[in-house]
Design a protein around this ligand. Structure first.
Ligand code: AMP
Length: 217
């Protein structure tokens, strides 16, 4: 199997560090990092038909329908010439089954599935301090990984924002949705023997060392 056709799937609750770790992995290995949440937020920002449809779900902390998500990911798989880090998909059992189907159709391989494990307490703490760059999608944490200048992005100096769905009421809903709809996906990949677990607590650097450790097993 060509390395260019590999997919690394990142699973874990919101705030577990999938974006931070996935972006770094992609950068260091020449992979392409794709987060379905980023694609949706861009669509919302650009007020495309997809964005207008997705916003209603995202604002409430609910999942966007499976059929919509399948189309988005299929487009990425059709176009990408690089191996993929996939963050935020699949999030339901039907999405995991759909991914298997698309992988076969377009000649890809699920190389590994990494689950980032973090307690509810730490998730809430991290999400409320999270800020993102709406321009380049860089991720910060006001407590543990703050930007160098005020609340400006270190990379492109765009003012950072708090995601609408990182507000406390929506965080609680997103966690409930994760437990109800995404936990079965973990069992699905465990049964296929693809799952690797990483303790996501601690500094990004420590977590990245653990990620490299499980990826080289
Ligand atoms: P994230 O940035 O991964 O936390 O995603 C933000 C929001 O986008 C989620 O709360 C969902 O509303 C939506 N979303 C992202 N990925 C998916 C997906 N695979 N399935 C359904 N909804 C998604």
């Amino acid at each position: 199997m060509l390395e260019a056709k590999r997919i690394l799937v990142l699973l874990g609750p919101p705030g577990a560090g999938k974006g931070t770790q996935g972006q770094r992995w992609a950068e260091e290995h020449g992979w392409r990092y794709t987060a379905t949440g980023d694609l949706l937020r861009q669509a919302v920002q650009n007020q495309t038909p997809l964005g207008l449809q997705a916003k209603a779900y995202m604002d409430k902390g609910l999942l966007v329908p499976d059929e919509v998500m399948g189309g988005i990911v299929e487009e990425v798989m059709r176009r990408s010439q690089q191996p993929l880090v996939l963050d935020g998909y699949p999030r339901t059992l039907p999405q995991a089954q759909k991914l298997d189907e698309m992988v076969k159709r377009w000649g890809w391989e699920i190389f590994a599935v990494v689950l980032f494990v973090l307690s509810d307490e730490e998730i809430v703490e991290r999400l409320s301090a999270r800020r993102i760059c709406p321009n380049c999608q860089a991720i910060y944490n006001l407590r543990s990984a703050p930007p160098k200048n005020d609340e400006l992005c270190d990379e492109c100096e765009t003012p950072l924002i708090q995601r609408d769905d990182d507000k406390p009421e929506v965080i609680r809903k997103r966690l409930a949705v994760y437990k109800e709809q995404t936990l079965p996906v973990i069992d699905y990949y465990r049964a296929e023997g693809l799952l690797k677990e990483v303790n996501a607590s601690g500094a990004p650097e420590e977590v990245y060392e653990r990620l490299k450790g499980v990826m080289s097993e």
